[in-house]
Every structure is written in structure tokens, then in C-alpha cells.
Design a protein around this ligand. Sequence first.
Ligand code: NAP
Length: 451
Amino acid sequence: MMHGARKIAVVGAGPSGLYATAELLRRDGGVNVALFDRLPVIGGLARFGVSPDHAQRRRMIAVYDRLAVASGRFDFHGHVDIGGALTHDMLRRHHDAVIYAAGASSDRQLGIAGETLPGSHAATEFVGWYNAHPDHAHRQYRFDHERAVVVGNGNVALDIARMLLLDPRTLRKTDIADHALQALAGSRIREVVVLGRRGPAQAAFTAPELLELCEQDEFDVIVEGVEAPPAAMNGDALRLQLLDELRRRPARHEKRLRLRFQASPTEILGDGAVNAVRIVDNELVLRDGVVVAQATTRSEIIEAGLVLRSIGYRGVPMPGLPFDAAAGVIPNRDGRVIGDDAAPLAGVYVTGWLKRGPRGVIGTNKQCANQTVRAVLDDLHGGALPACAADPDDFAMLLQRHAPERVDHAGWRRIDDHERQLGAAAGRPRIKLAGMNALLAAAAAPAVRAA
Ligand code: NAP
């Protein structure tokens, strides 16, 4: 740490927080960055959101972690709940500026009958479960039925469908949570129906994810619910071409993914637990220049024991900061947080999904973070932010008092080493520690080699 440097706090150690940290350190040799996270690990959604079979997308964690450490002007404070035990005011008082990069951790709801039945779950929780997120590791899912329904037509829906259908031997080569690997190995699911309320041209999933479905050889992909060949409609040409190719393939596997377009769930049925979903066919109509789904009178009941709604993430408010509940974001201009009077709140910034909503792939957060960092450094050097006069020792005491179980960077590295060693002993890339107690124990103790 450099003395006399300006102090910037970044809240959230996911991709957007890591990109903001790296950009601050790269662009200004006179700043120190303190990165905070509620959990004792670095990675955010790159660790807990990215699908286990997409290991290459997790690599940014190690790359940006190393970059930050190499600067010599970086600290990690894990397992510190900003907005909880440590308030925004406390953090702001001890830093020249604070950047919020806390993401969008909640989920959106369908608002239909039966949504809360056992067996009906949010995708956000399911993804957290198979990625060993400490908030979700304890959850239990039913795989004793032959069919699951995933509602929503985005990349998360496809991630979930793959996790439910891939062979356990394939999953074993990934860093999927051990508890999920075991549960999925005993799964009876043979068919996953992914429901898209609009057509292929409006689907939210992207071409690389479809290409991956074309290239895998573990389950069939069936395209349904579109009368005209997808290629005849407007939309992303590659995506439609891939869907067309999938449509023409003969069935040859025991398991299948059904991409059912133009269908919406209207009710989740079950007596005590989910056993079916009532769906309605939609027609597409143009309203104010936008293609929207409009229900027809044709409906159908699909038997299923598991329903996962994957209709998008939602940001949650940060105590002490303004929040736009409709959009699920912190109101801002180019990353500068703005108050009720539309004036910027001095020294408070936002980046990532909390700034612009839960859209875009990991890399999208880089441009977003760069814009926010530009605003921070312009304000810092333009005289808009007086130097923080607080004594660093006072902040250290504050942390000690309000976050006694804080995990520093060395602690995070011990967790990382420990998980890799457990993985190596089992012939897997990593075995993630799933519970908070296990994470904190690994952070505190030197890594123990598994027998
Ligand atoms: P998303 O891309 O926003 O997709 C949400 C889907 O839910 C859309 O198809 C949407 O349909 C549908 N939906 C919304 N409300 C609905 C309702 N009431 N009934 C039925 N369907 C409804 O969200 P996501 O899949 O959670 O992904 C979030 C972001 O992370 C995306 O930008 C995604 O690309 C990214 N991501 C990327 C990867 C990757 O790169 N492999 C993996 C995972 C996530 P409408 O379009 O009709 O609203």
C-alpha cells in the first residue's frame, strides 16, 4: 500500500468490480484500491454464475486478481457486508470514492398460480446451488421425474438445461459442486423443455451457446412451436441458421432438450408439489414497433416434476443509497450515482449490472467499468472530491469491530489453493467448498492436502 495515495473502495468482487479495480490501478499510479465482498472469495458471478462447463470464462478471476496484486496498491476485504455490518456512510467517510459493483443477486417472478409450490424454483438459486454458492448450497431439488421445464429463453436457461442433461461423467470433469454432481448422477430427468414466450428471432440466448448445443453429442435438441422455418424470419442470421440445422437433425439420443417457442406457462400444477405446467401457445404481434407474445386459446398441460424460472436477474437496493426499484438499478449518469434531485452524490459511483441492469456477457462489464472509472478519476483530479482525511488506523479498527471474521487476500488465496488441492486429489479441476464455515476454516488455516 502506498502512503498518501487516494483511497478508492470497490464493493463487489465479481467481474465488474474486478474490471473497475484493474482499470483504476492501470490508469492512475496514485490510487490504492480496497476491494470488498460479502463472501470470502473473489469472483462473484464468474465463480457462482458461470456454468461449470464454461471453465474458460472463469479464467478472468485469476487474471484480474493477479493484476491487482501485482500493482502493490490493492487490498481484499472478504466476508465484509457493506450495507449490513459496515454501513455505506462508514465506508464513504474513510475513502475518497466508493464504487458499487454489487451486481443483481435476486430473481424476477412470473406471477402465476403455483409458482411457490415445492419443485418450482428460481434459476438464480439453482445456478448458485450447482456452483457451490454458500447461500444456496443447502437447497434440494427433485430429479425423480423424467421431465423438467425451464421458463425463459436466455443463456441462463440454456446453461441450466445443459446441467440437467449432460452425462455425470462430463460434469465430473468440471468444477460443479460435489453435492450437485452427486444429486445429478442419480437424476431420472430425460427431457428438459425450455419455454420461450416469443419466437426464435426474439430469443435472448446468443449464437455461441446455440453452436455449443449443435456441437455436443450427449442429447438431442428439438425445435418446436414455430410454424415457419426460423430462417424465414427476421433476426440474428447465425442463430436462426443454427436453429434450422437443429430442426433437421434426426433423433439419436436417449435424452433431449426441447426448445419450445411461442409458449408461456399460465399455471404450475401440483398437489403439494409440482407435477405439471399448464402452458398456452402465443402468437406474435407488433406493438409500438416491438414483437410481443399474445396468448391464443390453445393450451396444453406438460407433466414435469421440476420447474425452473429463468426470466432474468434483478438488482437489490444497497442500504443508504438511492434505488430505482422498477429497473432494479442504482440511478446514475455515466456511473455517477445521482440523488432524488438528479444531482450526483459526491464520491459515489456504480458499475456493472447494478448500473445498467442484468444484461450482457462478462466482457460487457469491462467497457461499463471503464466509463465509471473515467468519471471517478475526472472527479478526483478535477477537484470535485476533496482528499479523504480519515486516519487509516481508524478504518482498520472499524473493520475489526464490524467485520471480525474478515478474510484478507492471503485468506482468499488459501481457499483457492485448498480447493485446487482437493480437486487434484479427486482428479477434478477443483472442488469448491460449499459452506461458509468450510470457507472460513480454509481461509484461516494453511491448506491441508487431501488424503
Ligand atoms: P435474459 O437474457 O434477460 O433472458 C431472460 C428471458 O426470460 C428472455 O427470453 C425473456 O423473454 C424471458 N422472460 C422474461 N419475462 C418472462 C415472462 N414473464 N414469461 C416468460 N418469459 C419471460 O436473462 P438471463 O438468461 O438470466 O441472462 C442474464 C444475462 O447474463 C444475459 O445478458 C446473458 O446473455 C448473460 N449470460 C451469458 C452467458 C454466456 O455468455 N454463456 C451465460 C449466462 C448468462 P423476452 O425477451 O420475451 O422478455
